[in-house]
Design a protein around this ligand. Structure first.
Ligand SMILES: [Zn+2]
Length: 455
């Protein structure tokens, strides 16, 4: 079934009374065209390039021109600079370098660190929004301190890094009102160090960072132990509560409890958006929302952003094969261990990369979010009255009012209006609502949940 109809079908079959109108959301032809330019072969060649450096361990050599993380980051920078030439001057690439001293944990000597970044500057000077898509370039074997052994890291996280490179290749030819930053991070395996550095920069430099898509382990289609093979599902991990809630000194916790908003934190809200938009553009792929920040025993580079209060999610393949992660290269009892490209599914990686592209492009083309979204709760009524103000930046065709049952995982209905308010014949007590601003091309902003107007 075509995704567009699948979406309509999902809306029609949702367990709601079918009173109000249903909106068919069409694909934006520009985004569909960009999605079609992503190539499995191109992704494969990016990964072969990354693997050719032997190891990309964070503590490996940075002076050898052919081996180690220093050579790898120069190679990624070279790719970004190549794409910069086709961008009409909008894309600039750099290695953000710093030195870390030994920390008594996974850094045992002063380390020469570097995140490789390419920034596709937005075309609208008034639009300060920044979107980050990232993967980690560093790799490891069984012993996390082993900086010498070959560590191909084809899938962990060559897959995420190759996705970032491929997204930059395809998207840098286009222009978007908002800014997109493509990042190959360092130091993930040594303690999320590259993401700590970049998310802290976003805070101190006051970036208007609206979303972070972290891609880590997303190009293998099968599991060890349970032997499942499936390249039609992608997981997106998200936390339901605001990530910096424990540091919050206002009464945010009591408001979340009072209004039942524990499933609508920034990351969860972004995951829901990514599911809807990703499935709109990518055929034969279901985005599975996982209601937790990450897997057991594992961490990821979205977490330093989440902890600082940004909307950040993790995209990871549906089934993981632990024989091909963090393993010394060897064969034991006729099982081959190691993170090699030959164990990957490049068309699956292409689809997972496409989910990123659709989400980033739709966000970067959308207006900024509607302002002062309010639900009127001053009277005991059986309807819902919402009002809001126009977004600060971007041309607006209108607004979607989103609606879902309180127990439902994603938005079930969309009501379109060109006005700055809407009255709906559904009780505010029984549903969640949110409002999105919509561009001329139909691109939606992130949704904003209404604040109750109590007086
Ligand atoms: Zn990883």
């Amino acid at each position: 079934m075509n995704k567009r109809y699948a979406f309509l079908f999902a809306l029609l079959t949702a367990s709601l009374p079918s009173v109000a109108q249903t909106i068919i959301v069409n694909r934006d032809p520009q985004i569909a065209d960009l999605v079609s330019q992503l190539s499995a072969d191109s992704l494969r060649s990016h990964i072969n390039g990354l693997v050719s450096f032997g190891t990309r361990h964070t503590l490996s050599t940075t002076s050898d021109p052919k081996k180690g993380i220093g050579a790898a980051r120069q190679w990624i920078l070279g790719k970004f600079n190549q794409y910069a030439r086709q961008s009409g001057g909008r894309l600039t690439a750099t290695i953000d370098k710093w030195t870390l001293s030994a920390d008594g944990r996974r850094i045992d000597k002063p380390a020469d660190m570097g995140n490789v970044m390419a920034t596709l500057k937005g075309t609208d000077p008034a639009d300060t929004r920044v979107f980050i898509v990232q993967g980690h370039m560093d790799s490891r074997v069984t012993n996390v301190m082993n900086r010498d052994a070959d560590a191909p890291g084809a899938n962990d996280d060559g897959s995420g890094t190759a996705a970032v490179i491929e997204l930059c290749r395809v998207m840098s030819k286009s222009q978007f009102p908002a800014t997109i930053i493509f990042v190959a991070l360092t130091g993930e395996e040594q303690g999320l160090l590259g993401a700590e550095h970049l998310s802290e920069r976003a805070v101190t430099e006051k970036w208007n960072l609206e979303a972070v898509l972290n891609n880590d382990i997303m190009g293998s289609n099968n599991s060890n132990e349970t032997n499942i093979i499936d390249n039609t599902r992608l997981r997106v991990f998200s936390e339901g509560l605001p990530g910096n809630l424990l540091k919050d000194t206002t009464n945010r916790i009591s408001q979340i409890r009072q209004f039942g908003n524990e499933n609508d934190g920034k990351a969860r809200s972004l995951a829901r958006y990514l599911k809807e938009v990703g499935e709109r553009y990518v055929d034969n792929l279901e985005v599975v929302m996982v209601y937790r920040n990450d897997r057991y025993l594992r961490g990821g580079d979205h977490t330093p952003y989440v902890q600082r209060g940004f909307a950040a999610v993790r995209l990871t393949e549906m089934n993981e094969n632990y024989n091909h992660q963090h393993q010394d290269l060897r064969t034991e009892n006729s099982t081959e261990y190691g993170d090699y490209p030959k164990f990957m599914d490049f068309d699956y990686l292409r689809k997972n990369t496409a989910v990123n592209l659709a989400t980033l492009a739709n966000l970067a083309k959308a207006p900024t979010v509607p302002q002062k979204v309010t639900v009127d709760v001053r009277n005991l009524t059986n309807s819902t009255v919402l009002y809001w103000q126009a977004p600060q930046v971007g041309k607006v065709k209108g607004y979607y009012v989103l609606m879902r049952e309180t127990y439902w995982p994603f938005w079930q209905k969309k009501f379109f209006t060109t006005k700055l308010g809407m009255t709906l014949p559904y009780s505010k007590d029984n549903y969640y609502f949110a409002v999105q601003a919509v561009s001329e091309d139909g691109n939606e902003s992130l949704p904003v949940l209404p604040v109750p107007n109590l007086r």
